[in-house]
Ligand binder design. Structure first.
Ligand code: TXA
Ligand code: MG
Length: 323
């Protein structure tokens, strides 16, 4: 049976949509839901069988841990050890950024099933800043929610993207329209001696350092610090070759294939006359990668000055070009 589409956009339908999503999740089934970053594939975070089903639906390796989502700070308390919950660092991050597009890694409370953590002693926790996600989480309790794509595909930023990848593998999709941010949350490790960003997102290092009043460790370094396990896997890259030209000499338009898709900023757009020029922005990047794959494009050119792009956008276009 294909997934139910639950309409969370229409003001008159949303209450029913959230209630139905919660009912399915409480029954151990999988429901994708919107967050401000990307759509998540929700499963009951206290039900190991439901979590296993989420790994299965995505085709995700079992050693890549999931993020546990909760609706508020009260709910966070039961997910990590008391010392970590009481820490000054968490208090500062929570006051400044939660709910919001940030995930914190803390020493896990025993209540969090090992399968969600891929056996690690730590757990990744996030309070998403999206009204539908928060209403849903208030009704269900903690949900694991990896991005709602098949492993190796771009994260979904619309309900239609979720259907493309998972229609016959999950119970329902709660449609909340397009996601505001479009790239996954910042993952901030607060479990080691020095805080570090394991995955860049909209909330950047400078903002976090300001709030913490201390420098972050260089990304993913420190003998005591495992990187985000997800970082070791090949990241999504479109089937098309991605030619990444950051601050380099502009290619002569004549050297580009006819109709070639070019992602760039408004400043440079007119230099690519005759190409299929699109905006290089966080909120539409993954949708454009999906479109390129759907159309079977051979090449995507990405052009910008590096200082025009956020850390998060730079990180994702670099990964797409490496693939
Ligand atoms: O914006 C987001 O974070 C989205 C939305 C749905 O909330 N979720 C998301 O989940 O991107 P996922 O599973 O696609 O990515 C989770 C990342 C992976 O890189 C994973 O390795 C890392 O978080 N992670 C999870 N638990 C961790 C832990 N205990 N220690 C270090 N990294 C962890
Ligand atoms: Mg993902």
């Amino acid at each position: 049976m294909p997934a139910e589409l639950l309409n969370g956009v229409d003001a008159l339908a949303r209450e029913h949509a959230v209630a139905r999503a919660a009912e399915l999740l409480r029954g151990g089934l999988l429901v994708a839901f919107p967050t401000e970053t990307v759509y998540g594939l929700g499963a009951d975070a206290l039900n190991p069988a439901a979590i296993a089903a989420a790994f299965d639906a995505k085709g995700r390796p079992a050693d890549n841990p999931l993020i546990v989502h909760v609706h508020g700070l009260e709910a966070l308390v039961r997910c990590a050890v008391p010392d970590a919950i009481a820490s000054e660092r968490l208090a500062r991050i929570a006051a400044a950024f939660m709910p919001g597009p940030i995930t914190v890694v803390l020493p896990a409370a025993p209540a969090i099933p090992a399968i969600a953590r891929a056996g690690l002693p730590t757990v990744a926790l996030r309070i998403p800043d999206h009204p539908l996600a928060l209403e849903l989480l208030a009704a269900t309790g903690p949900l694991v929610a990896p991005s709602a794509n098949r492993s190796g595909r771009p994260s979904p930023t619309t309900a239609a993207h979720v259907f493309e990848d998972l229609a016959d593998r999950i119970a329902a999709v709660l449609d909340g329209g397009p996601c505001r941010v479009g790239l996954e949350s910042t993952v901030l490790d607060l479990s080691a001696d020095r805080p570090a960003i394991l995955r860049p997102g909209e909330i950047d290092a400078a903002a976090i350092e300001r709030v913490l009043g201390e420098d972050l460790a260089a990304r993913g370094t420190g003998a005591d610090r495992p990187k985000a396990p997800g970082m070791k896997y090949r990241h999504y890259a479109p089937a098309a070759r991605v030619r990444l030209l950051l601050g380099r000499q502009l290619p002569k338009p004549a050297s580009l294939p006819v109709g070639c898709m070019v992602l760039t900023t408004p400043r440079h757009a007119e230099r690519f006359d005759g190409c299929d020029v699109r905006s290089l922005r966080a909120d539409t990047l993954y949708a454009l990668f999906r479109e390129a794959d759907l159309r079977g494009l051979r090449e995507i050119v990405i052009y910008a000055e590096p200082d025009e792009l956020s850390d998060a956008l730079l990180d994702r276009v670099r990964k797409a070009a490496e693939g």
